[in-house]
Ligand binder design. Structure first.
Ligand SMILES: [Zn+2]
Ligand SMILES: [Zn+2]
Length: 647
């Protein structure tokens, strides 16, 4: 390939024509190649421009990484065949290099995310700059009065107070007004806004346009965003959206899993937004009702709404303690039946696929959990075994000492019919999280339906959201189970409109004292973090350590290379061996690959889950990224998930 780009150039004689460095958009191809830019195209080429170039006998798409670059002596370069159109801003080309290092992936996939879906030949005119109207005088069209309108001044004040470069976490109640936050930021200049779902991005766009703000909604308004807009809004890919004159980035619901790219490289929008803001020297706001430990560790500071507004924004939580109920009584407590028979609109949440099979103590009704990590344990032969950390213990109840567990199976196949029989009114089943919501006073669906808060509220107030079987969420064998469970309660609070609208969230559980339940009861998400922190620290889970998951046929080979790197530096304790040095309490996100020097593997540790599944642990993100980068890729296919959401 070395000679591919260096074949005959078509520009004989005259002054040396300018040269562009190009990254071809070809799967698996990571080399940068130099091409001549014919005089006729010179005016259209800049860093980020999308071009077509000859490669291996074909014409392929590519990004101009730098232009002009000094021509290499003695190489006859081929010319760029065509300019396709506008591409990412030059700063985003650099951001992609950083993200490729940080998440051990390829630049190509990141540049695709930062590029328009179709060729943009010409940019529309930038809009006339209009003043941003901060405070509404009338509610948005078609909406009932926003439950959070009264909170707008608070969030605007928090944005103003934190207005300086750096990452600022804004902890607002679940019903916070995203519009007020964005308006406050947009008064300072053009803003990129990242929302966790398409529906929220579209609703945010509509609300802002209603207030007279010039908004580009990604991906469709990419060209307008590239030309200039006061607000550029979209889902997680918007973290890579163009925004000339960028004054700030705002990430809504920064805790949300929807902000993490599922396919490798597993970048997350809060992390990308923070780095982008840092490089541009502008503020980045992470807005969330339930901050995670990882967000708290990475943010420069946290601004909290007042206790009063936070309490008003979380719904009243009704905890139904099911420890005294016979498991044979099934899913439905008398409190649940009361709500079903009320006149309110009710949304019932029930996961179809049980995530944890629970062992309930036959004497005291408490589910058996792992004393090390808190997950539900499984009954295997004569022992309880933790599916997450592997801890084994005898079959004895930790609360009462009884040795008579009973397996608890959640029978959900006929849930709709059963709920309908109990309610004595129609119950509609929401299937698949899309499509029309059934027109019924009681709905049953999975947690995915909680994302449809806008739709649910539009068709009238919801009196209650019921979590029929909450323990499967609370005790799921994942390190973020608690944080995810609190996020569910926060989303449910948003659906009922918080305390001020009299709605409530009902939770059926056999662990009523769980820190997640306590945090939601007190409208104080900090409670959960206080109990999570020591566990994460002890198990060296993020943010007290960095993780990557290797999977696929090449995983063992790559693990071998990493293990050797570690051994060469005398740091590795072997698989499972404790690493005691160098754990940082607050890993930063702003690690610069350029300053990391020669890539040497510092303390890393490998754990084998299966032949084709390995966990890589490191003291911090930078160390992990350097180690993965230095290891290269094996011959066999391997998927590298840095910071796996599900672990
Ligand atoms: Zn017991
Ligand atoms: Zn465990």
């Amino acid at each position: 390939l070395a000679g591919e780009a260096a074949l005959h150039a078509g520009e004989p004689g005259g002054a040396a024509p300018a040269v562009a460095r190009v990254l071809p958009d070809v799967a698996g191809f990571e080399r940068e190649l130099d091409y001549l830019v014919p005089a006729g195209l010179a005016g259209q080429v800049r860093a980020g421009t999308i071009v077509r170039v000859p490669l291996q006998g074909r014409r392929v798409r590519g990004w101009v990484l730098a232009y002009p670059v000094p021509p290499t002596e003695g190489l006859a370069l081929r010319p760029v065949a065509k300019v396709t159109g506008w591409g990412p801003e030059p700063e985003l080309i650099e951001l992609a290099s950083w993200a490729a290092w940080r998440w051990a992936g390829r630049r190509r996939s990141l540049l695709v995310t930062a590029s328009p879906g179709t060729a943009v030949k010409r940019l529309p005119a930038p809009p006339p700059s209009e003043p941003v109207v901060r405070r509404a005088t009338a509610p948005a069209e078609g909406a009932r009065p926003s439950p959070s309108a009264s909170d707008g001044t608070t969030s605007a004040r928090l944005v103003d107070e934190a207005w300086r470069p750096g990452v600022h976490l804004l902890r607002l109640p679940p019903v916070y007004s995203a519009t007020e936050v964005v308006l406050a930021a947009a008064e300072h200049g053009p803003v990129v806004v990242v929302a966790p779902t398409t529906a929220r991005a579209a609703a945010g766009c509509a609300a802002l346009r209603n207030r007279g703000v010039d908004v580009a909604l990604l991906p469709e308004d990419w060209a307008q965003a590239r030309a200039g807009a006061r607000v550029v809004i979209g889902t997680r890919a918007a973290a890579w959206g163009p925004c000339p004159g960028l004054a700030a980035l705002v990430v809504l619901d920064a805790h949300d899993e929807g902000l993490v790219q599922e396919t490798a490289p597993t970048w997350d929008a809060p992390g990308v937004a923070a780095e982008r803001a840092g490089r541009a020297g502008v503020p980045c706001f992470w807005v969330t009702p339930c901050p995670t430990l990882e967000l708290m560790a990475a943010a420069g500071d946290a601004q909290l709404a007042s206790r009063a507004s936070e309490r008003a924004g979380w719904a009243v939580l009704q905890v139904v303690d099911r420890r005294d109920d016979d498991p044979r009584q099934g899913l439905y407590s008398s409190a649940l039946v009361d709500i079903l028979r009320s006149r309110q609109r009710v949304v019932c949440v029930l996961n179809r696929k049980g995530r944890a099979s629970l062992s309930i103590c036959g004497a005291c009704g408490v589910p058996a959990t792992c004393e090390q990590c808190g997950s539900a344990v499984a009954l295997v032969g004569e022992e309880f075994v933790c599916p997450r950390c592997g801890l084994e213990r005898p079959i004895v109840c930790a609360s009462c000492g009884s040795d008579r567990p009973r397996q608890f199976r959640v029978g959900v196949s006929r849930a709709r019919e059963q709920l309908e029989a109990l309610a004595g009114r129609p119950v509609g089943e929401v299937v698949g999280g899309t499509g029309q919501l059934p027109d019924a006073p009681v709905l049953v669906g999975t947690e995915a339906d909680l994302y449809r808060d806008g739709e649910l509220r539009r068709s009238g107030p919801v009196g209650a959201v019921v979590f029929v079987e909450f323990d499967q969420e609370l005790l799921a064998p994942r390190y973020r189970a608690g944080e995810e469970a609190l996020a569910l309660l926060s989303r449910a609070s948003r659906i009922v409109g918080g305390r001020q609208y009299g709605g409530r969230v009902l939770v059926q559980t056999r662990v009523p004292g769980h820190p997640v339940v306590e945090a939601a009861l007190l409208a104080d998400p900090g409670r959960l973090l206080m109990s999570e922190e020591p566990v994460r620290r002890a198990l060296r889970l993020p943010p007290f350590g960095a993780l990557a998951l290797l999977s696929g046929p090449g995983a063992a080979e790559m693990a071998g290379v990493l293990e050797k790197q570690g051994a060469d530096h005398g740091h590795l304790g072997g698989s499972g061996g404790p690493v005691t040095n160098g754990w940082r309490s607050a890993p930063g996100l702003g690690h610069d690959p350029g300053s990391s020097g020669p890539t040497v593997a510092a303390p890393i540790e490998l754990n084998k889950l299966a032949e084709d599944r390995w966990v890589v642990r490191a003291s911090d993100q930078g160390t992990l990224a350097d180690a993965l980068g230095a290891a290269g890729r094996p011959a066999g296919r391997v998927r590298v998930e840095v910071g796996p959401v599900r672990f």
